[in-house]
Design a binder for this molecule. Structure first.
Ligand code: S3P
Ligand code: PEP
Length: 429
């Protein structure tokens, strides 16, 4: 049985701290795949300690050692598939589906029970069109996948739906340069989480891979990776919890070294979004610094979060506890993440009298019955972001119990230590 965290904050709600955030898991997981595809010509610096990154790194290292043992050019003769378990890591599942299709071997790619409910058919079918040998071993369209590589390229052009997960597109773009005919993706429908596709293309460009993007079509020709080092920046999604702490504190001055205002990560737009909650961001000598100006702007507006889905829980919870009846769009993909994040938010916000209701894909908070009990217990649904989005409530509620505290490992393993550093009391119970 895993432990819960009992979080509290004693004394005046004044936060003055410096937090060194771990590397971005999105950048890391791309860097690791690119490094493996380049046969280690590309190096990675500032690897994250996020469990999703540690898992992917471990898998790629193990596969690398095994393929070296067999010799560079020998075809794997094994009949039995090799088990590759990504646990809860969505990027690892999606990126490895493409990577393993291009590799020599017979793999059973699987993950947690939740991973088996997260759709992968759009990516798997696109890979099959390109020539991959993939079968669903349990449910059509969902992991686990049996992948027998390397693929024999049949098509260089593939249509792919863009509105379910950008990770499918990133996965395909990363293997494109090593495909004999390269790849053109024709994106159908609106592209969700677009900054993550930009991040993929920018990181590929850093190691010499060129692309063209015209209208809805992205092309990458077969080409070689250039030797180089991909240096990972701190995680902006993790930074969002410090914006939340700043917003709920009376006074706050939080320094986040090494973060860049202009980042490859789309979640850096938290800087702009948080202005409406009175949080200012400034450049410091070491990184960035955030402070609470105590000024709340007019929040009677609709915020579109399609380009930053991982910020949704943070922002919805901040608006809820500050009593802002805001509306949000672009939340469609939240239902297929670590949990159904809409349901999880609705359940947990109900505990402070707040509702989140949907009408025509517009989600609206009603905070008219907002109240803060003496103690609240938050369920986390195997979702790191539920734990981290709700923990800052300890600035407003005497005791906040966060169930299954280890969930934060997925992207921000030192979250609880960092909270303590900032003056929170965190007891494991
Ligand atoms: O490519 C990435 O690194 C990610 C893309 C996003 O997923 P979707 O594209 O499925 O929205 C995001 O939610 C996830 O945490 C990381
Ligand atoms: C959705 C997330 O991750 P993934 O899809 O990689 O599991 C996340 O980190 O919020």
């Amino acid at each position: 049985m895993s432990k819960n965290a009992l979080v509290s904050f004693k004394g005046t709600r004044n936060i003055n701290t410096e937090i060194q955030l771990t590397g971005s898991k999105s950048e890391c997981n791309r860097a690791l795949i690119i490094s493996a595809l380049s046969n280690k010509l590309v190096k990675v610096e500032n690897l994250s300690n996020a469990a999703d990154t540690v898992t992917l790194d471990g898998i790629l290292n193990k596969l690398g050692v095994e393929s070296n043992e067999l010799g560079e050019n020998s075809k794997l003769k094994t009949q039995n598939s090799k088990l590759v378990d990504v646990g809860p890591a969505g990027t690892a599942m999606r990126f490895l589906s493409a990577y393993l299709s291009a590799k020599n071997g017979n793999f059973l790619l699987t993950g947690t029970e939740r991973m088996k409910q997260r759709p992968i058919g759009i990516l798997a079918e696109a890979l099959k069109t390109i020539g991959a040998d993939i079968t669903y071993t349990e449910t059509n369209g969902f992991p686990p996948l049996n992948i027998i590589g390397p693929l024999n390229q049949k098509a260089a052009q593939v249509k792919i739906k863009g509105d379910v997960s950008s990770q499918y597109i990133s996965a395909l773009l990363m293997i494109a340069p090593i495909l004999p005919q390269g790849l053109t993706l024709e994106i159908e429908g609106e592209l969700t989480s677009k900054p993550y596709v930009d991040m993929t293309l920018d990181m590929l460009a850093e190691v010499g891979i060129e692309h063209s993007w015209n209208g809805n079509s992205i092309s990458i020709k077969p080409q070689a990776f250039k030797a180089g080092t991909l240096v990972v920046e701190p995680d902006w999604s993790a930074a969002s919890y410090w914006y939340s702490i700043a917003a709920l504190a009376g006074e706050a001055e939080i320094s986040l070294p090494a973060l860049k205002e202009k980042s490859l990560q789309g979640d850096s737009q938290i800087q702009k979004i948080m202005k409406i909650f009175g949080i200012a961001t400034s450049k410091s000598e070491t990184g960035i610094s955030i402070s609470n100006l105590g000024l709340l702007l007019e929040t009677n507006r609709v915020l579109d979060l399609k380009t930053c889905p991982d910020l949704a829980q943070t922002i919805v919870v901040i608006a809820a506890v500050l009593g802002k009846n805001m509306s949000f769009t672009g939340l469609e993909t939240l239902k297929i993440k670590e949990t159904d994040r809409i349901k999880a938010l609705q359940n947990e916000l109900a505990k402070i009298g707040v509702t989140l209701t949907e009408d025509n894909l517009i989600y609206t908070l009603n905070t008219d019955k907002l109240h803060f009990p003496e103690k609240i217990t938050i369920a986390t649904y195997e979702d790191h972001r539920m734990a981290m989005a709700f923990a800052p409530l300890a600035l407003l509620i005497n005791e906040v119990e966060i169930e299954e505290m280890q969930v934060v490992e997925k992207s921000y393993p030192y979250f609880w230590e960092d909270l303590k550093k900032a003056g929170f009391e965190v007891k494991e119970i």
